[in-house]
Design a protein around this ligand. Structure first.
Ligand SMILES: [Fe+2]
Length: 438
């Protein structure tokens, strides 16, 4: 008899207790709570032929956006190939997605996760991993459309419904549908205040509309629910910091950074990105951040040769440019120039966006503002190729504005500032830069 997981998707495994444990892990993953990966590793030790558990673990490595997880992903993939004859159609879809990702076919892998949902719309694991590949690929419309296609297979009667709404709200926000996204994110958080991805979606909605005071009030008002025991807690605090930056409360932003975003030698890449992105923006706003960059740059120096995620490369270059690490910066540029050759998805992302951004940020750090301006202006509308969110990639726009100002091109700076006033009409930060441009 075929068994289903608690979400309603079929599993080839025959042990209900194991399937329930995987369900627990999937719910932790949806909540960005610790520690589903350890839980599933233990499950696989107990039941090494549990195919869906291995698909889950491999997917966690796949979406980690860290090249150091690739050998682990490949090892899981080989185990899955060994078991593939016993896999059901749902599981074969996961194995296909993993294989495509390992082959460098990133967009095809993302689509393979989407294909699973056509037949199994209650496969919440395929939905979440597909959603995360959309994020890694900066694929705003797919981020919007993927949850949309399964939404009518879920309802508020499902205890996991907030997670579906959170993904849907984030996708709508990334694609620019702020009003409907905000409404959906608010409903998500009403249903489950501890849904840290839903909190994150609402933070994005308020950020993109320049609703700074609403954002601060919301984030602080429910901090007890998202501020601890969540892998999103650092990034959500980064979002809180963005509001402080927008209202030119730089002291508060720096205090928040020091309390929650400071990097250590064992920090994960995603957490390093939040620190780098905050420090870089503070420096653009003429804040002295002291020696806070040093450990950040030391960590990034260890991944110069990865050229795996252009989003990582950009933040690494921020740290090298900010600390005057010319040797590391040049080494990274050489790696990126080599990686940009060819026609793979990664080569395209690096060539069209990752490399010019790295060159532009390095030029900015060297005081060559004309080059920085040219590199960033030319490529900023391809920035989605490096992945991450619109709010995260906005650092490219701010750097371009400051490069234009320092290059004496106040006309360009003013023009880009004017773009921003459409969605953020009452921004003290825009006003501050506009005064500099004037
Ligand atoms: Fe975010």
């Amino acid at each position: 008899m075929q068994l289903n997981d608690r979400f309603g998707a079929p599993v080839s495994h025959g042990d209900q207790a194991d399937i329930d444990t995987l369900g627990d892990a999937a719910e932790l993953m949806l909540a960005y709570a610790p520690d589903p990966v350890s839980m599933v590793k233990s499950l696989i030790t107990k039941s090494p032929d549990f195919i869906m558990a291995r698909c889950f673990l491999a997917g966690a490595y796949l979406v980690a956006s860290d090249k150091s997880r690739q050998p682990l992903l490949r090892a899981e993939y080989f185990e899955l190939l060994r078991l593939a004859d016993r896999a059901n159609d749902r599981e074969k879809g996961h194995i296909r997605a993993i294989g495509l990702w390992l082959d460098g076919e990133r967009y095809a892998a993302s689509q393979a996760y989407a294909d699973i949902l056509n037949e199994f719309p209650r496969d919440i694991i395929a939905l979440q991993y597909g959603h995360q590949t959309d994020f890694l690929l900066g694929h705003a419309t797919s981020t919007r459309d993927r949850p949309m296609r399964v939404l009518n297979h879920w309802s508020e009667a499902d205890s996991q419904y907030s997670f579906i709404l959170g993904m849907q709200a984030f996708g709508l926000e990334e694609a620019g549908h702020y009003a409907v996204a905000q409404k959906m994110a608010e409903r998500c958080v009403e249903l489950n205040a501890g849904d840290s991805w839903g909190v994150h979606a609402l933070a994005h909605c308020l950020e993109m509309q320049g609703k700074v005071e609403d954002g601060i009030s919301f984030m602080l008002g429910c901090e007890e629910h998202w501020g601890h025991d969540s892998y999103m807690s650092i990034h959500n605090r980064w979002h809180l910091g963005l509001y402080y930056l927008e209202k030119c409360d730089f002291d508060q932003a720096l205090t928040l950074h020091d309390a929650h975003m400071q990097v250590t030698s064992s920090s994960e890449l995603m957490d390093m990105h939040d620190s780098a992105a905050m420090l870089w923006r503070l420096q653009l706003d003429n804040v002295d951040v002291g020696d806070r960059w040093q450990v950040v740059a030391e960590n990034y120096a260890k991944v110069i040769d990865h050229a795996y995620m252009a989003f990582t490369d950009l933040h690494a270059m921020m740290s090298f440019a900010a600390t005057g690490r010319h040797h590391e910066a040049q080494a990274q540029l050489n790696v990126l120039r080599a990686a940009a050759m060819g026609t793979s998805d990664t080569a395209n992302a690096i060539g069209r966006a990752g490399l010019p951004f790295a060159e532009g940020f390095y030029a900015f750090g060297c005081g060559d503002y004309a080059t920085a301006k040219r590199k960033l202006a030319y490529s900023r509308h391809n920035s989605h190729l490096i992945g991450g969110s619109v709010a995260q990639r906005d650092v490219i726009n701010w750097t371009l504005i400051e490069a234009a100002l320092r290059d004496g091109d106040t006309a360009m700076a003013s023009a880009i500032l004017t773009e921003r006033t459409v969605t953020k009409p009452h921004s003290p930060l825009i006003d501050m830069f506009a005064r500099k441009a004037a």
